[in-house]
Design a protein around this ligand. Structure first.
Ligand SMILES: [Zn+2]
Length: 238
């Protein structure tokens, strides 16, 4: 069992060695987020780096954030935030996908594990990013649990990385850093595409984090990631 995982890891490291050298070496990346905006805030620069290098990124939103518009009922709010997510993904040259769970009511049980495992398997990812398991929001913790289950089901065939989002992530301990200085404008535009979500409040908070991560890694701004202890990953980052 362990041996097969190790051999697959070796294959992944082999893929990383030719990263960026042609279409056959394109990575397939999935970024899982609880709500529209989470992947853009936590990984927007890294997504832009991946797609800028020709890799393929799918952003999988657990729900449509339909409870997240002040004074609006769920249906129009969900439509608005779906459109915002579409614009953000267009800016980052990623594809938006929706898992179909309900905002604030993420279900983690056998049928939902299976549904999510199938979704991830269909993407054939090399790398999956998801929320930190100790995030404050229950939908984020559910996204972490679902992604980890998909990783277990896939017998570790993809790298599993955790990201941080302002005001939600606590106790985060990063392993790896991605320089996002050169893609800051794309990250900003993708976050501001979520105009219903007070970007003037949240974007500076996230930028404070990426400046701090930059100080730790020698860049003006960086996104930081924690690697699953049993997963490869650092060399699959842009
Ligand atoms: Zn969220």
């Amino acid at each position: 069992m362990r041996g097969s995982v190790v051999s697959r890891r070796t294959a992944l490291w082999g893929a990383a060695a030719v990263l960026g050298s042609g279409a056959e070496s394109r990575l397939r990346v999935v970024v899982v987020g609880g709500h529209p905006g989470d992947p853009e805030y936590g990984c927007g620069g890294t997504i832009a780096r991946y797609t800028g290098a020709g890799h393929v990124v799918t952003v999988a939103y657990l729900n449509r954030g339909e409870r997240g518009c002040a004074g609006q009922s769920e249906a129009p709010c969900g439509e608005l935030r779906t459109a915002e997510a579409g614009r953000a993904c267009a800016i980052l040259k990623a594809r938006a996908a929706f898992v179909g769970q309900k905002d604030g009511e993420a279900v983690v049980d056998d049928p939902h594990y299976r549904q999510f495992d199938e979704l991830i398997a269909a993407e054939r990812p090399d790398v999956v990013f998801t929320h930190w398991p100790m995030d404050r929001h229950r939908d984020h913790r559910a996204a972490a649990a679902l992604a980890q289950d998909a990783w277990v089901r896939a017998e570790g065939r993809f790298a599993l990385m955790y990201y941080e989002v302002a005001e939600d992530t606590v106790g985060f301990r990063p392993d790896d850093y991605v320089d996002i200085t050169g893609v800051e404008s794309a990250r900003r535009a993708a976050c501001y595409a979520h105009a219903s979500q007070r970007p003037d409040h949240y974007y500076p908070a996230q930028t404070a984090i990426t400046r701090w991560r930059g100080e730790q890694s020698g860049h003006a701004q960086a996104e930081a990631f924690a690697r699953h202890a049993r997963a490869v990953g650092a060399r699959l980052l842009p």
